[in-house]
Write a protein that binds this ligand. Sequence first.
Ligand SMILES: Cc1cc2nc3c(=O)[nH]c(=O)nc-3n(C[C@H](O)[C@H](O)[C@H](O)COP(=O)(O)OP(=O)(O)OC[C@H]3O[C@@H](n4cnc5c(N)ncnc54)[C@H](O)[C@@H]3O)c2cc1C
Length: 438
Amino acid sequence: MEGNGERARVVVLGGGVSGLLAAWHLHQRGCEVEVWEASAAPGGWAQTLPWPGPAGEPGWLERGPQGLLVGRGSALDRLLRDLVLELRPSQPKGPRWLGKAGRRHPGPASLAGLLRAPGLSLGGKLRVLAEPFIPAGTRPEETLHAFFARRLGEGFARELLPALVAGVLAAPPERTGLEAAPRLKRLEAHGGLFLGGLRAGLEHTRVPMGGTGTLAQTLAERIGGVHPDRAARALEPLPGGRWGVHGEGLRVEAAAVVLALPAPAAASLLRPFAPGAAEELAAIPHLDLRVWHSRHPLVPGWERGLGLLVHPPEGRGLLGAVSFAADDPRGVPGLLQLRTYVGGAYPVDPALAAWPGVFHELRRWLPELRAAVQVREEACPGAFPLLEPGHGARVARVLKRLPPGLHWLGAARFGPGIQNLAEGVEAWAGTVPPAGLT
Ligand SMILES: Cc1cc2nc3c(=O)[nH]c(=O)nc-3n(C[C@H](O)[C@H](O)[C@H](O)COP(=O)(O)OP(=O)(O)OC[C@H]3O[C@@H](n4cnc5c(N)ncnc54)[C@H](O)[C@@H]3O)c2cc1C
């Protein structure tokens, strides 16, 4: 943000969490900032949408995250405190399962589940328990598979990791770089997954009252100057390092522009004058995910919600399912609200293209599930960037090739979790010179 004696006008393109966080930090520092959001509402993937019940009762669905994973003292923790966002205490969790070898097993994310995990030999289990004694790795580029094989053993990486990674990143661990989960490297530097995790303190899932979308709404209200239905069509380099931003019948001049857009959208704006950066951004693969939201009669024992991960080769494209707790205010009382993930980087069996096939596959793992009373599909095209091994080097090349006055933020830079974005954008904001502010 170059100094010109006036309050610097910064235009942030993209009103998803990344853009709103960028605008929030700039606004906090006295910068005049406006956000352009192409769609009708801010929030990007992190929106809570109304979905009335079968008799028109109030009810909601989460387009993206169902909750926020908050570590004590983390950037997201600081943000939530600054916003004084009212958070619901984390719900006690219902059963968590792994679908594998044709039936379900206790979820492997807990120690008890791990020790009973299918396909893991006694030696494999002992190898997992040896994790605190494994030294930190030195390879600059590593896949998630290689990282977990090194720390927890090949057995864990082969038998259990694919389902865990598919449930979070919708991609196979052999195709995903450590950049997709920046926290892992830090935990390793602090003694490993178990000890580092203990030292870092527990992370809790928190849900803002009114749903995850409340985070974006609150940010937008506090920032002011968030313009929905305003898509950036082109950028124009101006004399003095300033930038023109073109929308539909609109042109604005800015001291700096922040591209908080999915990488392909950022690439198309950059292509005319920064082809190198555009080419790198366009080369980042993005995954399409299909999410089915469904409401079913309650099932005894699942009142506190359920979680199912499916070992990817067996799901035929179905990656897992998760439900709200029965007393979650986003759901409709008396109904179990489930959401089911299909696709990502995995080939989808044509039978899973429509709800009857998805339901049939779900019942293979959840035979108690009764027919849905309501179903809604939410396609998530390009929802997740696939951060392949070596992605960090690509990010460095993009940043080097960006013309002065342009910034690029987002899940493809910092990692896809909201906590990654909060941390990345906070750190970015700390590096932006405050010049140009009165
Ligand atoms: C189904 C699903 C489940 C998820 N679950 C979790 C979870 O449990 N935990 C978690 O931490 N994260 C989760 N995520 C990931 C998280 O939601 C995203 O990483 C995050 O919301 C991305 O925010 P963003 O601002 O970087 O991008 P986006 O949300 O993609 O926002 C980009 C914005 O830019 C706008 N835009 C595009 N082109 C233009 C243009 N030319 N001009 C102006 N605006 C433009 C778009 O309309 C959009 O609003 C999930 C995502 C999905 C899809």
